[in-house]
Design a protein around this ligand. Structure first.
Ligand code: MSP
Length: 517
């Protein structure tokens, strides 16, 4: 059985989750569900990044003890993942004693190997990005080149990790492995960065006299570990590195680390070099997705345009007759369908409602509702397999779906995979219009009517499987209504003609049309 290990970034818990965080986790959840459905042994890791200056400052600002502050925020993240129906296998926290033990062990080992050393340092630090910059890297105003905020100048003794020692090895590795970083524009970005900047060693400590919230540096108690060095290690501590060797060996190396494009350098330069120095294999791929803008503007606290996924789902649910689960599924669908992974996207409530109305209410919801109505009306809710032939009208779109969905979904390209699925959905809708079953009924063409009913039920059943990774709750509801009980979802069940009888149990329309004035 193939294994598949995928991770999300671990989120800073200084603020509440927003649509960007939801996006990464939803892509990973869709991918994890798809891979499980294909029979792979999946491990899906997410978690929280709880150290660093930013978090300490946020707790202070709210007048809270840092532990209490973090506990509250972590709970909010967990609740969001629950609300979005995420199926992660583990939630790793950097405050977890096991993680701290692993980080300390790695620092000790790298120090013994001579890869970590002490030196005086002069640099600029951006607390917002928790990143060091050299003077030449700052923007024209002398601020952080990433977020434009003021960086503080720091000159102190610190510990350094020898990135420079591995530079030529890493450049060579990148040259030979162009799929290590995806999409290609991000691979080129990293290569360009390396061409333009000889790698300087990475500062991996902060003196406790300035910041105390973090993991103590085991080789010098006056320091704590730099938050990024600590955080990246979650990807191995979270699967048992140094404690559960069997589990670690089963899942490492990661098959994909999903991240946003802003944290590319940390993942695609620092992390592989850290692993090399530790003598571990490199992840197979780092995938950097784009950013969501809001009504074409960058999302920021100062603009007051941060989209809170909790409020959004509640609002949607209100518009959809109070169905929280379908609202969460509709939001997941929108995130996957609106932008191709890798590119930036624009969020607006208008676009979200537009998608729900056109794709979910009109195409999918309508198909399920009217088909099951017909099954009840013309066959008293019991649809049997009198003939299992695929209607010729379905052949092309069904074949396209079967041939293309898999390789697109396995790359996390649900944007395109859903295209094929909805093409099939629209084809079944068209088939209904073409066959006009009401006439078959009037004319007492029983055999044709039975084949028609079986075909649309079988088509909808197939739709429900392909829908499952992106909209698990809607998929389950469709299967319940068709009277099929898939205890486990497997792609093998998504084949034509495998059902003997559909025993219909109609529910309310899946996605009502949302009226907006
Ligand atoms: N804690 C670090 C990650 C450590 S992983 C070892 C961190 N946390 S974060 O909470 O600031 O950001 C997490 C992720 O959210 C990043 O991947 C970032 O790209 C993503 N996003 C932040 N704003 C975003 C959008 N507007 N749109 C999409 N993703 C966005 O960085």
């Amino acid at each position: 059985m193939n294994k598949f290990y995928l991770t999300t970034p671990i989120y800073y818990v200084n603020a509440n989750p927003h649509i960007g965080h939801a996006y990464t986790n939803v892509i990973c959840d869709c991918l994890a569900r798809f891979r499980r459905m294909r029979g792979e042994k999946v491990f899906f890791l997410t978690g929280s990044d709880e150290h660093g200056e930013k978090i300490q400052q946020a707790a202070l600002k709210e007048g809270l003890d840092v532990d209490d502050f973090i506990g509250g925020k972590v709970e909010i993240f967990r609740q969001l993942w629950k609300k979005l129906g995420l199926s992660h296998d583990f939630f790793v926290r950097t405050s977890w004693p096991e993680h701290k033990r692993v980080v300390k062990g790695i620092i000790e080992k790298l120090y013994q190997n001579g890869d970590i050393y002490k030196s005086r340092y002069s640099a600029f630090y951006c607390v917002g990005c928790e990143t060091f910059w050299t003077k030449v890297q700052l923007d024209q105003q002398g601020n952080c080149p990433e977020c434009g905020r003021i960086s503080e100048q720091i000159s102190e003794e610190n510990y350094f990790f020898k990135l420079s020692k591995y530079e030529s090895w890493f450049k060579d590795y990148l040259e030979k492995n162009p799929d290590f970083i995806k999409p290609r524009i991000r691979y080129n970005e990293v290569k360009k960065f390396l061409e333009g900047h000889p790698l300087t060693d990475l500062c991996v400590s902060r003196p406790k006299k300035r910041i105390s919230w973090g993991i103590s540096l085991p080789i010098d108690e006056d320091y704590i570990v730099y938050v990024w060095f600590d955080a990246l290690i979650n990807y191995i501590s979270g699967i048992g590195y140094g404690s559960d060797q069997e589990k670690f060996n089963t899942f490492w190396p990661a098959d994909v680390h999903y991240i946003g494009k802003d944290i590319l350098r940390h993942h695609a330069v620092f992390w592989p070099i850290m692993l090399k120095a530790m003598g571990l294999e490199l992840p197979r791929c780092i995938f950097a997705h784009g950013w969501w803008k809001i009504e074409e503007e960058k999302m920021s606290k100062s603009k007051g345009n941060i989209v809170n996924p909790f409020n959004l789902i509640d609002q949607l649910s209100g518009l959809m007759g109070g169905n929280q689960e379908m609202a969460a599924d509709a939001f997941r669908y929108f995130l996957m369908r609106e932008i191709p992974a890798g590119l930036d996207g624009n969020f607006s409530l208008r676009a979200l409602i537009g998608r729900i109305n056109s794709d979910l209410a009109n195409d999918l919801g309508n198909l399920v509702y009217r088909s099951l109505n017909m099954a009840c009306k013309y066959a008293q809710g019991k649809v049997e397999s009198t003939s299992r032939q695929v209607p010729p009208e379905f052949e092309k779109s069904l074949m396209n779906l079967e041939e293309n969905y898999g390789f697109l979904a396995q790359e996390g390209n649900f944007f395109k995979a859903l295209d094929y699925l909805f093409e099939f959905i629209r084809r079944i809708n068209k088939y209904i219009e073409e066959v006009k079953p009401w006439n078959l009924n009037k004319e007492k063409k029983e055999k044709q009517l039975a084949h028609f009913l079986y075909s649309i039920c079988e088509g909808i059943k197939i739709v429900s499987f392909y829908l499952y990774p992106v909209m698990p709750k809607a998929s389950l509801s469709i299967q319940r209504q068709l009277g099929i009980d898939s205890k486990t979802f497997s792609l093998k069940q998504a084949r034509w003609g495998m059902t003997d009888v559909f025993q219909i149990k109609k529910e309310k329309p899946l996605f009502p049309r949302i009226d907006v004035n």
